[in-house]
Design a protein around this ligand. Structure first.
Ligand SMILES: [Zn+2]
Length: 353
C-alpha cells in the first residue's frame, strides 16, 4: 500500500475536458487536438514524443529507472465524425460516418466542414424530408441512413458547382458540434466525452504527480491514441518493455449496467472478450483499499485500445477502466465525480508496486 493518494483537481479536469471537446478531432483529423495535449504535457514537464503515425507517448517523470515491467495507460483523442461522401446536384452534402454510431443520433446536429484550404463551413445535419409541413408523416417514417441524411450548408448554394466554389470537396472532414456545456452542479454534457474526458484525466493524473513529486512504482507512460474509433488506436508504437496496458475509456451508463456518472468502472468483459483477470482484480482491490467508488461492468457493443493492442500482437496484460458516461456515442454526459474517482484509481495503480 502506498499511503494517501495525491489530491486530484476535479475542476481542472472538467475544464480540460471541455476545452478538448471543443477542438474538432474526428478520427484522421486529430492534429490540432494532439498538439493541444502535447503542449499540456510539455507544460507539466513531461517528456513527450510522437509515434510515426501520430500518437503521443508521455513518460511519467522519474519512472524510467526501475527494473519492473512497464505500465501504459491509453486514452484516445480521436472522436466520431464524418466525411463528405458526395456533393449532390442540389448543393446538399451526403456523408460517410467515421466510427460506430447511428445516423439517428446526429439528426438536427450542427456541423462544420473542414476544407483543404483551411476554411470552416458550417451547416446542419438534416433528413431529406426535414420540413414537416411539406412531408408530414413521410418524415416520421423515413429510415435514417446515408441516403436520407444530408448536410444543409449555411451558404447560398443550390448546385454542385456552387458548393465546390466554396472549396468543399469529397473527402473533407466533417465535425459535429459538441455543444459542450458545464452545468453549475458539476455535469459536463457534450459530444465526444468519449474519450476526451479520459485524456483530461491523464492531464489531471500527471498534474497530481508532478505537483506532489510522486513517482510511479514502475516505468509508466501515458499514450494518447488517434485511431481508436476505427479500430487501430494502439496497434503500433507502444514503448519497449510495456507489460501492462490499461485502456482508459468511458464506461457505458444505461439500463442493465452498473456503471454510473458519479463513479469509475472497471470493465471486465466487452465484445472482444474478458480482460486480464488478475489486473482487473488488482484495480478493483486498489479501489476498495482507497475508498474509490468503482463499479464492475460488462459492455456488449464495445472494444478498446487494449483489444486493439492484443489483436496487433502485443504480449501484454490488459484492463479497461474509465468514468461513467451516459448515452455514449450519442448525447453524452458525465459528472465531475466520475473524473475524480477515475483519476484516483489510476493514481493508486501507478503508485502501487
Ligand atoms: Zn472511446
Amino acid at each position: 500500500m502506498t499511503g494517501a493518494l495525491p489530491a486530484v483537481d476535479g475542476r481542472f479536469m472538467m475544464e480540460t475536458t471541455a476545452a478538448l471537446c471543443r477542438i474538432p478531432s474526428p478520427t484522421g483529423y486529430t492534429a490540432v487536438a494532439v498538439a493541444y495535449v502535447e503542449d499540456r504535457f510539455t507544460e507539466l514537464g513531461l517528456e513527450v514524443r510522437r509515434t510515426v503515425r501520430g500518437s503521443l507517448v508521455a513518460t511519467l517523470p522519474g519512472s524510467d529507472d526501475h527494473a519492473a515491467g512497464g505500465r501504459l495507460l491509453s486514452a484516445h483523442v480521436d472522436t466520431l465524425g464524418a466525411m463528405v461522401k458526395e456533393i449532390k446536384q442540389n448543393g446538399r452534402l451526403r456523408l460517410t460516418l467515421i466510427g460506430g454510431y447511428d445516423w439517428s443520433t446526429i439528426e438536427g446536429e450542427y456541423c462544420t466542414v473542414h476544407t483543404a484550404a483551411g476554411a470552416a463551413v458550417t451547416g446542419t445535419i438534416l433528413t431529406t424530408k426535414a420540413s414537416y409541413h411539406i412531408h408530414g408523416k413521410a418524415l416520421v417514417e423515413l429510415k435514417r441512413d446515408e441516403q436520407s441524411i444530408e448536410v444543409r450548408l449555411d451558404e447560398r448554394v443550390s448546385t454542385l458547382a456552387e458548393v465546390r466554389a466554396l472549396g468543399i470537396e469529397v473527402g473533407d472532414f466533417v465535425s459535429l458540434d459538441p455543444r459542450t456545456t458545464i452545468t453549475p452542479n458539476g455535469y459536463v454534457k457534450s459530444r465526444h466525452l468519449d474519450d476526451k474526458a479520459c485524456v483530461a484525466i491523464f492531464l489531471g493524473v500527471a498534474k497530481a504527480l508532478v505537483e506532489t513529486n510522486r513517482t510511479p512504482s514502475a516505468p509508466s507512460y501515458l499514450y494518447v491514441s488517434t485511431y481508436e474509433e476505427v479500430g487501430h488506436g494502439t496497434s503500433a508504437g507502444l514503448p519497449d518493455g510495456v507489460e501492462e496496458v490499461i485502456a482508459v475509456d468511458m464506461a457505458a451508463v444505461g439500463e442493465g449496467q452498473t456503471s454510473d456518472e458519479f463513479a469509475a468502472t472497471v470493465c471486465v468483459k466487452d465484445a472482444t472478450g474478458p480482460y486480464d483477470y488478475a489486473l482487473s482484480r488488482r484495480l478493483l482491490d486498489l479501489a476498495r483499499a482507497h475508498g474509490i467508488d468503482c463499479r464492475t461492468d460488462i459492455y456488449t457493443y464495445y472494444g478498446s485500445d487494449v483489444s486493439q493492442a492484443l489483436r496487433a500482437g502485443y504480449d501484454i496484460r490488459g484492463a479497461l477502466a474509465g468514468p461513467g458516461v451516459d448515452a455514449s456515442h450519442s448525447f453524452e454526459r458525465l459528472h465531475q465525480r466520475s473524473l475524480e474517482e477515475t483519476a484516483k484509481l489510476l493514481l493508486a495503480y501507478l503508485l502501487t508496486a
